[in-house]
Design a protein around this ligand. Structure first.
Ligand SMILES: Nc1ncnc2c1ncn2[C@@H]1O[C@H](COP(=O)(O)OP(=O)(O)OP(=O)(O)O)[C@@H](O)[C@H]1O
Length: 300
């Protein structure tokens, strides 16, 4: 079983001319956990990951695998697997062919190719030309490529991008499984909502700077469920909600019921025989907190 090592960013900065892409970034990513590396477009995520992987040289500071820079790793593919955004694969070649080439070049056993194809669910498409793959299938091929050396660390740039709902469900399970096996898993995304069901920890960047890091729960997870509900007979709905003791606010879209899920609100309306024209649960509020952080408002 591969064992993960911590990823350490220590005072990492990078500027491109006058653009300060990353500014004095320090954090550690622990093994056995999935860490979301989050921030809006342009926050500096890709630049940070590229520095970690030795593709861009930091202006100052160091990004290492427990103290060892990528270029100094003795067995890089067996230590860290990376899938960066917009990985390009030759359209005329099959997934199996691509992976075979990498496996041979890295001196890895050919059985690894079958294994990783199976791990990412591409076995049945392995001999088709990559040119005919959907974006989701290409994402899976990128993951297969990252897994070839059975590394203890996975670094994935926007792996959820382009996946359909089934693919998103699949990757959530995949990330959890990788961490449960003891690997260090760092996953970037510009949307917290895209990864919030898979991550244990978050590292949040805005304009090249660290704005928050800690367990997902440090953002105040689970604290706010809100349900929006409306009725052609608002007076009756207002009375029913008040009677049940729900806390709610009235808005142009209807009533926003605080701390109560859609099932419960639906039941209240049903019992009071109030017809509904809208009933939906809102974001838990996590995304709001995330946006407040990246917009410089801090945690409320
Ligand atoms: N090679 C480069 N030359 C000049 N500026 C760059 C270069 N690479 C990145 N930048 C700039 O650095 C900043 C951070 O970009 P980066 O791609 O790291 O952000 P990001 O968080 O990954 O965003 P995205 O999700 O859009 O990729 C941006 O202002 C970007 O324009």
């Amino acid at each position: 079983m591969p064992s993960g090592v911590p990823i350490r960013f220590e005072g990492v900065s990078k500027h491109f001319g006058s653009v300060q892409a990353v500014n004095d970034l320090s954090f550690t990513v622990e093994p056995g956990r999935v860490t979301g590396f989050l921030g809006p477009n342009g926050a500096g995520k890709t630049t940070s990951l590229r520095m970690l992987l030795g593709l861009v040289r930091p202006t100052s500071g160091s990004a290492t695998f427990d103290g060892t820079a990528y270029r100094d790793l003795e067995r890089p593919l067996e230590t860290v697997g990376a899938a960066l955004e917009a990985a390009s694969f030759h359209p005329g070649r099959s997934a199996r062919n691509h992976l075979n080439v990498y496996a041979i070049a890295a001196g890895l056993s050919a059985t690894r190719v079958d294994r990783v194809l199976d791990q990412v669910g591409l076995t049945q498409y392995a001999d088709r030309r990559v040119g005919g793959y959907s974006l989701g299938m290409r994402q899976r091929l990128g993951l297969a490529n990252a897994l070839l050396g059975d590394p203890g660390v996975l670094v994935l740039d926007e792996p959820v991008n382009g996946l359909d709902p089934e693919g998103i469900r699949w990757i959530r399970g995949f990330l959890r499984e990788m961490a449960a096996e003891g690997r260090t898993v760092l996953v970037s995304s510009h949307l917290l909502s895209e990864v919030q069901q898979s991550v244990d920890d978050v590292v949040i960047l805005a304009k090249g700077r660290l704005v928050h890091r800690g367990p997902l729960t440090s953002l105040g997870a689970e604290s706010t469920v809100r349900t929006t509900v409306d009725s052609p007979d608002r007076a009756a709905l207002r009375a029913a909600l008040s009677e049940t003791g729900h806390r709610f606010e009235e808005t142009a879209e209807g009533f926003v019921v605080l701390d109560v899920g859609a099932t419960e609100v639906g039941r209240t309306a049903h019992l009071a025989r109030v017809p509904l024209s809208a009933l939906h649960a809102q974001q838990s509020g996590l995304e709001d907190r995330f946006l407040a952080l990246v917009n410089g408002e801090g945690l409320r």
